[in-house]
Design a protein around this ligand. Structure first.
Ligand SMILES: [Zn+2]
Length: 389
């Protein structure tokens, strides 16, 4: 067993409140970490660090848990730069633009889909993201959803079946038949590659009854529920997610008090996706309202070619601080431990003995610089499973 000592860490963010300053970020100064066999085996002050086989001097930089991007749509072909330009010229965003990506995705080979998704995963690693959830949802046929998930499953264990992304054009006059397909044959083909089942429950996508049907079929097949809800308008998504015991409900942009109350009384994480509001020039979700109510909040990229084509979680973190009234500490927690909670994981998003040795090295004296210096590529190294990526 080779042990590696990472030392001379100026500031170590553990997200373990039982160590360091006792805050939710569990901050330690002048720290070191020892990793072996993909796991953290020790962390603490440099002066008491044990000997190790390999020694890496981090030069006083900051170390944070690897970012956990708990919401991304990476399996697709083509892009929608023209739609983005039109939107920035005043056109409105609707869920309907997904149809053009569906056409391109169906026409692409498996190799093309995998190459595109792998490129985005590499971008994510370069910006400090060590875990990403990847959804299907641009195939919308039995074959195309199944091969999308097969591609996703080669890149991450956090795969999500999103056959219920939108109703494809060929089912426009018989949406009930499409919901039945998503809940039966398409599910059967996709379930072997998926951990999660998701529905886009919003205006222009699926209503509460349709979402309930799909989620019930997915959970009967052993998949775990999560939902897209309340992105485009205040609707039933959030309360449905809580009712169904979803690990996370994602977007949460338009909330009424009953939504906030339901989340606060549940273990469902509110995953906020500021890249979507940024890229659609829409009003941001109110993270402050959720946090003050006691809701667990995560931040993810929603990386997709239509409404949020960024793979950069530090950028989203900076937007969350600037425009969603989060503190830098809350936003970092939401992009690490919060994302882990949204994926029901306790081995990532945190640095403590036994956790995965997934971490990002920030070329700055404190984590605050992640929000304070938006757009600057401060992540100078990413370690995944104890190996520098
Ligand atoms: Zn999404």
């Amino acid at each position: 067993m080779t042990t590696t000592l990472l030392d001379n860490i100026g500031q170590l963010v553990t997200c373990d409140p039982s160590v360091g300053d006792g805050s939710p970020l569990g901050l330690l100064g002048d720290a070191a970490i020892v990793v072996a066999e993909g796991r953290v085996v020790w962390l603490g002050p440099v002066r008491s660090a044990p000997a190790a086989d390999v020694h890496v001097d981090l030069g006083g930089r900051t170390v944070v848990p690897g970012f956990v991007d708990s919401h991304a749509h990476l399996v697709f072909a083509g892009d929608r730069a023209g739609e983005f330009a039109a939107r920035m010229s005043g056109a409105a965003y609707t869920a309907g633009g997904i149809a053009s990506t569906v056409r391109d995705t169906r026409a692409a080979s498996d190799d093309e889909l995998e190459a595109g998704a792998a490129r985005l995963v590499r971008e994510m690693l370069a910006s400090g993201t060590t875990t990403v959830e990847i959804k299907s949802g641009y195939g919308l046929t039995v074959l195309d959803e199944a091969r999308s998930l097969a591609v996703a499953s080669r890149l991450t264990p956090e795969t999500t079946y999103l056959g219920a992304h939108v109703v494809p054009a060929e089912y426009a006059t018989d949406r009930d038949a499409y919901v039945r397909l998503v809940a039966s044959d398409m599910l059967d083909a996709c379930a072997p590659y998926a951990r999660w089942v998701d529905v886009f429950c919003d205006r222009g996508a699926f209503d509460a009854d349709e979402a309930r049907t799909v989620i019930a079929a997915g959970t009967a097949r052993g998949l775990l529920p999560r939902l897209h809800g309340n992105q485009l308008e205040a609707g039933p998504g959030v309360r449905l997610a809580v009712e169904l015991g979803a690990a996370s409900v994602d977007h949460c942009t338009h909330l009424v008090d009953a939504d906030v109350d339901a989340l606060a009384g549940s273990s469902t994480v509110a995953t906020l996706l500021p890249g979507a509001e940024f890229s659609t020039r829409a009003a941001y979700p109110d993270a402050r309202r959720l946090i003050d109510a006691g809701v667990t909040v995560a931040i993810a990229t929603d990386c997709n070619p239509g409404s949020s084509y960024t793979s950069n979680l530090p950028f989203c973190l900076a937007v969350a601080v600037r425009d969603m009234r989060m503190t830098p500490a809350e936003a970092l927690w939401a992009a690490t431990a919060g994302g882990a909670a949204a994926l029901l994981r306790d081995d990532i998003g945190v640095l403590r003995p036994g956790a995965r040795a997934d971490l990002a090295v920030i070329d700055a004296p404190s984590y605050v610089h992640l929000a304070y210096r938006p757009g600057v590529p401060l992540v100078c190294a990413t370690w995944k499973d104890g190996v520098r990526a």
